[in-house]
Design a protein around this ligand. Structure first.
Ligand SMILES: Cc1ncc(C[n+]2csc(CCOP(=O)(O)OP(=O)(O)O)c2C)c(N)n1
Ligand SMILES: [Mg+2]
Length: 333
């Protein structure tokens, strides 16, 4: 397939996206360890930025995104406002979901981010439903769903792939193979190295990409979306990457081999892409640092916005939970 190469601006935009995600997640890590600063569990995608940036930049605005518990990168790449995201993570009133989601159940209908499901393996069946709606309405767009290598062992994921294939639904399944599912290494929950090979069981294309090489991820996603949009059914993209932090910030990852972590640190997706751009003569020596400062300033502004937002009033606790709320129950007696 003849593919249009990315231009300079697109290649730099991938770097800027990854830098914003990294700056945001670094701040989450910092705040998660400040007592009382953030409520609940904090799960970051540090090290996996190339998957979010590469896949999401290949999507069209009308495409639907469904994601999982490790979702901040997907949302930021999709253009979700960092201030609204930070306020939501803090449980504030001006948060993306009025403080009712926190970090784990995020949605942004204005950007077609349908849902974040923290139930492992629940996102793919939801994506099949969204894709069924697209297909039924005769729309030309697709649904992209992110899930982990651990989730790929859940029955629901295979039912979703099977049904999407039988009905030729426009779903791009994206498996972020980050070598871990909680404290379980890949080989403890998966007998084959490449999850992408399972696509063959559902007669769909399955592609394995280097998940730390943002342009490779982007090109693979774009090619597979071409297949999906042509009405030829779903596709599976597996991105091989590494979870650089514990499962969440409560997890000191004592079970992780330090040498393995160091090896992956050398394959940092941001440094790799910046170096590729420099070698191609597209990035001046201090340009990456300037982009990093812009990302840090955006995160500073997001934190200031979130800090200034109040907590939602208790009286609103049951509001805004449903698109079409049920009528209030009639009082007895
Ligand atoms: C149905 C279900 N089982 C277990 C959990 C607890 N849990 C949350 S994340 C996780 C690991 C998921 O691993 P993976 O799918 O590889 O995603 P990753 O965390 O590596 O991004 C587990 C077991 C859950 N949230 N839902
Ligand atoms: Mg995983």
């Amino acid at each position: 397939m003849q593919r249009q190469p990315l231009d300079r601006d697109q290649r730099i935009a991938l770097l800027a996206d990854m830098l914003l995600i990294r700056a945001f997640e670094e701040r989450i890590v910092q705040m998660a360890h400040e007592k009382g600063r953030l409520p609940g569990m904090q799960i970051t995608c540090m090290g996996q930025e190339a998957v979010a940036a590469g896949v999401v930049r290949a999507l069209a605005p009308d495409d639907v995104v469904v994601t999982n518990h490790r979702s901040h990168g997907h949302l930021l790449a999709r253009g979700v406002d960092p201030g609204a995201l930070m306020a939501e993570i803090m449980g504030k009133q001006d948060g993306l979901n009025r403080g009712k989601s926190g970090t784990l159940h995020l949605a942004d209908p204005s950007r077609n981010v349908l849902m974040t499901s923290t139930v492992v393996g629940a996102a793919p069946p939801l994506a099949v439903g969204a894709a069924f709606a697209q297909h039924y309405r005769g729309e030309a767009n697709a649904t992209c769903v992110f899930f982990g290598d651990g989730a790929a062992a859940e029955g629901s994921v295979h039912e979703a792939m099977n049904l999407a294939a039988v009905w030729r639904l426009p779903v791009l399944f994206v498996c972020e193979s980050n070598c871990w599912a909680g404290a379980q290494a890949h080989k403890e929950h998966c007998p084959i190295g490449e999850i992408a090979r399972r696509a063959g069981s559902y007669a769909m294309p399955g592609v394995m990409a280097d998940g730390n090489a943002v342009e490779q991820v982007h090109d693979a996603a774009r090619d597979l979306l071409g297949h999906v949009r042509a009405g030829r059914g779903p596709a599976l993209l597996e991105c091989h990457t590494y979870r650089m932090r514990g499962h969440g910030e409560h997890d000191p990852q004592h079970y992780v081999d330090k040498a393995e972590l160091a090896l992956w640190a050398e394959r940092d997706p941001i440094a790799l892409h910046a170096e590729a751009l420099r070698r191609a003569g597209l990035l001046e020596p201090d340009a990456a640092e300037r982009l990093r400062q812009i990302a840090t300033a955006a995160v500073d502004a997001a934190v200031a916005f979130a800090d200034a937002s109040p907590y939602p009033p208790a009286a609103e606790a049951l509001d805004h939970l449903y698109v079409n709320p049920l009528p209030p129950l009639a009082k007895e007696g």
